[in-house]
Design a binder for this molecule. Structure first.
Ligand SMILES: Cc1ncc(COP(=O)(O)O)c(C=O)c1O
Length: 370
């Protein structure tokens, strides 16, 4: 009898897409690090997680809220899909949903560096077709570190209205601004076009490992309710892994009682780090930063590739930097910006100093004319 080979029907498209996640790219780069060879401790500026640095430790109020929630024994139960009641504000429907949409096509519009990383709204109109359902924005910006003005956001909302679509506003860096421009929530423009806002404890409260986020809907005209989008969101909750109930139990106290001074201090640390990085980067040949970051934890740095003798692109730069300097940055390609680097400046000053020194040494070593 001929033994038939068993052919497993793998979904290669899904595998290919999954291998392009930011986490995978960072892991690949991390694989190049060998601290015993360089003798240098690893510096990870590839993602926005300053929780490892003592100066960025979360507020004691946040820690106490979690302890209190655990000790109360009120949150040892199974959670409801849409989040337990105390974690949801009355009259302010907040739904936690972490869903994957396998049939969704994402088209990237451009951000315009010459306009301070504003959205190319003409490009959005060109990309949109009758299947387009939403425009997704990140403000304050990742990867750009920019903050949108009120006027620009209004234009974004008007564009969405013209196209008959909603706005998904990723505001995980909400209120983390330290330049001239204030943070304006996209929900302000909900009457022009409906807005689905994504928030999280991760960045503002500096506890990314807690895995707690939320979705808020601003829909004064009721479009998202009438068209079934809110009920679709709710139905996704049934299949998602909800955050632990004790964290949900701690939420009311965290949101109500974290002192303003905590946020002010975090923004001050971020501003000092952003200013320092931006200024010191000017010393480094072949790297340029067109805009000082005004918010979030990231800055984009442009590579002048023609000046290197053996660095072929942004990914090559990051792989070699990891190997030679034990330092991790994210290649811009991972966020659609070929030959840029995304750097998180959310680190303590002495680590940033060290990072600048290593970047400079690396660039000098690989530059054609030095
Ligand atoms: C723009 C943006 N959205 C969402 C997330 C994910 O947030 P969380 O870690 O809370 O899932 C991140 C994390 O870096 C982010 O930068």
């Amino acid at each position: 009898m001929v033994k038939e080979e068993w052919r497993f029907k793998a979904n290669n498209e899904v595998h290919a897409a999954a291998s392009l996640t930011m986490r995978n790219i960072l892991e690949l780069i991390m694989g190049n690090i060998d601290v015993t060879q360089t003798g240098k401790p690893m510096i990870h500026l590839g993602h926005g997680d300053p929780s490892v640095y003592p100066c960025f430790r979360t507020s004691p109020v946040v820690e106490d809220a979690l302890v209190e929630a655990i000790r109360s024994a009120n949150f040892n139960c199974y959670a409801t899909g849409a989040g337990i009641d105390p974690a949801r504000r009355p009259n302010y429907p907040t739904y936690e949903a972490r869903a994957r949409f396998s049939s969704l096509e994402v088209r990237h519009f451009d951000l315009l560096p010459e306009k301070g990383w504003e959205v190319d709204l003409d490009g959005v109109k060109r990309l949109a077709d009758d299947k387009t359902v939403a425009i997704v924005l990140i403000n304050p910006g990742n990867p750009s570190g920019s903050v949108f003005t009120y006027e620009h956001m209004q234009k974004i909302a008007e564009t969405a209205r013209e196209l008959g679509i909603l706005v998904i506003a990723d505001e995980v860096y909400a209120h983390q601004v330290f330049g001239e421009k204030p943070f304006i929530p996209m929900g302000v423009f909900g009457a022009i076009a409906p807005v689905v806002t994504i928030g999280t404890l991760s960045k503002r409260w500096i506890v990314p490992g807690w895995r707690f986020g939320w979705i808020a809907v601003t829909d004064p005209v009721g479009v998202l309710h009438k068209t079934g989008i809110v009920s679709s969101l709710k139905s996704c909750l049934v299949i998602s892994a909800e955050p632990p109930t004790v964290i949900q139990g701690a939420i009311p106290r965290i949101l109500k009682s974290t002192p303003e001074s905590f946020f002010v201090n975090i923004n001050k640390l971020l501003k000092e780090a952003a200013d320092m990085f931006y200024e010191r980067l000017k010393e480094i040949p072949l790297l340029a930063c067109p805009h000082k970051p005004e918010g979030s934890m990231f800055v984009l740095v442009k590579l002048n590739l023609s000046g290197f003798y053996d660095v072929v692109d942004d990914t090559d730069f990051c792989m070699k930097l990891a190997k030679e300097e034990s330092m991790i940055l994210l290649p811009g390609d991972a966020v659609g910006l070929k030959n840029w680097l995304r750097v998180s400046f959310a680190a303590e000053p002495k680590v940033l100093e060290d990072a600048i020194g290593r970047l400079k040494a690396f660039c000098l070593r690989h530059a054609k004319h030095y």
